[in-house]
Design a protein around this ligand. Structure first.
Ligand SMILES: O=P(O)(O)OC[C@H]1O[C@H](O[C@H]2O[C@H](CO)[C@@H](O)[C@H](O)[C@H]2O)[C@H](O)[C@@H](O)[C@@H]1O
Length: 249
């Protein structure tokens, strides 16, 4: 299958849209809390959601509360922590049963305390070790995370962009997509999933298996049949979709 630039499909208004956050809707930043959210992003997403009759959900590795804070006052259907938590279109929360991650922490905290630039994100259902500010420490982080995983049965290790993450083995962004697609307003609509990282591949593959569309933002290996170069280019496409004028950069 050849890969092509993503353009809005003819049946766009009948699709269900699922969007990753970091690297897809916002540019990556030095740390999770220094991300710059374009001022018009929430307005743009609200317009697209309205055009799709509410069939828009954010599917992120971040907790949903962080997504809400960055898009306030907009609240969308959303899955967080790679599918370990989910707020459906009616505002009802769903939590996957997650193995305890407590046994992971003694393998990770000493490393983070010993090295400037490492950051440990403890979430409900996952723990992420960021090394973007200390890239030379990737092998040490990988070693610590492997030991942490061995101490936590039922978890898998994700290797994202400058981040290693331990999360429940039985949930991912693909399972989050499957759950949304069993419910209104998403049920019966062709999924479009757009993401930038390895952690998005499960959802890209699942969307394509259903006859939907998988889109990769930027370069890198992906199963996606379509590409968009940058978050800014995606904003332009969404603005075109919502027939909005404006600057979302
Ligand atoms: O699924 P996503 O919405 O893409 O979330 C994946 C991870 O995103 C965040 O980390 C990434 O973005 C940071 C800010 O740009 C960057 O500093 C970091 O290197 C990236 O890995 C978030 O902090 C993680 O919890 C998410 O799992």
């Amino acid at each position: 299958m050849s890969v092509s630039d993503f353009t809005l499909p003819d049946d766009w208004r009948d699709c269900a849209l699922f969007l990753d956050f970091d690297g897809t809707l916002v540019e990556l930043a030095a740390s999770p809390d220094t991300v710059l959210v374009p001022p018009g992003l929430a307005r743009l997403l609200a317009a697209v959601a309205a055009q799709l009759d509410g069939r828009l959900a954010i599917v992120s590795g971040r907790p949903v509360a962080q997504i809400d804070a960055m898009l306030a006052p907009l609240t969308l259907a959303a899955a967080g922590v790679h599918g370990a938590e989910r707020r459906d279109a009616n505002g009802v929360w769903h939590y996957a049963s997650a193995p305890s991650l407590e046994p992971a922490l003694p393998h990770l905290r000493p490393l983070v305390e010993a090295h400037h630039g490492l950051l440990l994100e403890e979430k409900r259902g996952a723990v992420a070790l960021h090394y973007r500010l200390a890239p030379a420490l990737e092998p040490a982080c990988l070693g610590a995370m492997r030991a942490a995983q061995a101490a936590c049965p039922g978890t898998v290790l994700l290797h994202g962009k400058m981040v290693l993450e331990l999360k429940p083995a039985d949930v991912n962004k693909g399972t989050a997509l499957a759950e949304f697609l069993q419910e209104p307003p998403f049920k019966g609509h062709r999924p479009v999933f757009i993401g930038d990282d390895t952690t998005d591949e499960a959802a890209i593959i699942y969307a394509q298996q259903l006859g939907g569309i998988g889109v990769k933002i930027g370069a890198g290996v992906s199963a996606a049949h379509h590409r968009v170069a940058t978050p800014q280019a995606l904003h332009a496409l969404l603005a075109q979709a919502a027939i909005l004028q404006g600057d979302y950069s």
